[in-house]
Write a protein that binds this ligand. Structure first.
Ligand SMILES: NC(=O)c1ccc[n+]([C@@H]2O[C@H](COP(=O)([O-])OP(=O)(O)OC[C@H]3O[C@@H](n4cnc5c(N)ncnc54)[C@H](OP(=O)(O)O)[C@@H]3O)[C@@H](O)[C@H]2O)c1
Length: 428
């Protein structure tokens, strides 16, 4: 396209669901852009757009991807393998691509970036991580001079809503999940959210951006929130913590430590005050120090806002002669990162146990922790007024290696006085 002509840039879209409808509405505000084709799966479906030109709708997504008139393809359909083929076809046809698809970028980003580079087009994905919160572009641009040492994120609004309701209202996990579904925060099948994989795709993308190495989600430890009970939430409060599903990337070592699991977040940490469906990313850079980005991690217009940020970056680059500024540049991810095995990671731990309420138990527990080289920071025994033969004990450890804690726990489980190790959570 010749920028001097000032004719609107032509946009093709694949998907007109939640994010697609928001994106279409934002494009309608911008005279420099024109949607020329939109692929959907059902032509009859009601769309929440007042003056939608239904003649643009088609079932042929491939035809949109390679449409001769379009300059930019916006992919807001979701899916991985079939969608990858559509994006490849678009890139090979010389289209710039904007996607909100975290699963696709986390699993096939490296191949797609290489293809985009070969064909001299942009492939941008701000909306794939934390919906409306700008974090991909800040990592590429504003923080580019930093060595990023650590990223800790609340990257899944569904689980954060569930944990907030359990924490603030004492709801069960099941009740909170039902409410999240009713409010449209959780999908009918919420497994990718509650089992941690949605957050894992996102932290893998951020760790890749920060290190320049592709991070494979299959190499990460990913644990979800289903084991969290109202009882644990209550005990965490007593210790001065909030439970959150944390996506963590510790990047100072040669082998990055990247994982997702529930954590006890100290009440004074900024992530503890991120409630409901909100997302937040806390970043520590060697120059900037600590920085926090937060906002709506999902939803029609917040996510569309990020999609359109990428589209407008491409528009600016095209107006400058396909310049590929820092935003528009294609990532060049090097060979996969070798991650630190979970056993070698270091954390503080919260451990709740049910043990016999009798003399000598504390000494035996102390010996089990001590033999494994794990020292204890705090300890709480709940009152046992009814002289129940068993009691609940909670400890928080100092920083210890995961394998040492597991060694201590296996010794504790074999003690005759131990009824159960009920819960083990890492502490941020
Ligand atoms: N929802 C959010 O808040 C959010 C936030 C961040 C990122 N994302 C990402 O954005 C993408 C879209 O999410 P969404 O929530 O907007 O999904 P959605 O509401 O389910 O919409 C998907 C849209 O894609 C269309 N579609 C699906 N497969 C297609 C195909 N093969 N060919 C043509 N059209 C196809 C569907 O058509 P029909 O309408 O005809 O069925 C629908 O319009 C996903 O990658 C998601 O991970 C979503």
């Amino acid at each position: 396209m010749n920028p001097s002509q000032k004719t609107p840039l032509k946009i093709g879209m694949i998907g007109l669901g939640t994010v697609g409808q928001g994106t279409y509405k934002l494009i309608q505000r911008l005279p420099q852009l024109e949607v020329v084709a939109v692929a959907v799966q059902n032509l009859e479906k009601e769309r929440g757009i007042d003056d939608l030109d239904t003649s643009l709708l088609t079932l042929d997504a491939h035809a949109v991807a390679v449409h001769p008139d379009i300059d930019i393809l916006i992919e807001v359909a979701g899916g991985v393998e079939g969608t990858k083929e559509l994006l490849e076809a678009a890139i090979q046809a010389g289209k710039h691509v904007v996607t909100a698809n975290k699963a696709l970028i986390a699993q096939h980003g490296t191949e797609l970036f290489a293809l985009a580079k070969k064909h001299d087009v942009s492939l941008l994905f701000e909306a794939a991580v934390a919906g409306g919160v700008p974090i991909v572009t800040p990592l590429k641009m504003g923080l580019a001079s930093n060595q990023i040492e650590e990223i800790a994120g609340i990257l899944n609004g569904t689980t954060n809503y569930i944990l907030t309701r359990m924490m603030q209202d004492g709801w069960t996990y099941e009740d909170a999940l039902d409410k999240a579904k009713a409010l449209g925060y959780a999908e009918a099948d919420p497994s990718s959210d509650v089992e941690g994989f949605d957050a894992a795709y996102k932290i893998a993308i951020l760790a890749g951006l920060a290190t320049g190495h592709w991070v494979n989600v299959k190499d990460m430890t990913v644990e979800g929130i289903t084991p969290i009970t109202p009882r644990e939430v209550d005990y965490a409060k007593q210790f001065g913590y909030t439970i959150r599903l944390v996506a963590l990337a510790r990047l100072k070592n040669e082998r990055p430590d990247v994982r997702v699991h529930p954590m006890l977040v100290p009440n004074e940490h900024p992530l503890s005050s991120v409630h409901n469906e909100y997302n937040a990313i806390w970043v520590r850079g060697d120059a900037v120090g600590d920085a926090m980005f937060s906002g709506k991690g999902a939803g029609e217009l917040p996510t569309a806002s990020s999609v359109m940020g990428d589209v407008l970056a491409i528009v600016a680059d095209l107006e400058a002669g396909n310049a590929k500024t820092a935003v528009g540049m294609v990532l060049d991810l090097k060979e996969p990162a070798v991650l630190q095995p979970i056993g070698e990671t270091t954390n503080r731990y919260y451990i709740r146990m049910t043990t016999a309420d009798e003399p000598g138990v504390l000494a035996a527990l102390g010996t089990a922790f001590g033999n494994a080289g794990v020292s204890l920071e705090s300890f709480l025994q709940l009152p046992n007024p009814q002289n129940n033969p068993h009691t609940s004990l909670m400890v928080v450890t100092h920083i210890a290696q995961e394998s040492s804690v597991q060694e201590a726990l296996s010794a504790i489980r074999s003690l005759a006085s131990t009824q159960a190790v009920d819960c083990v959570l890492r502490v941020l």
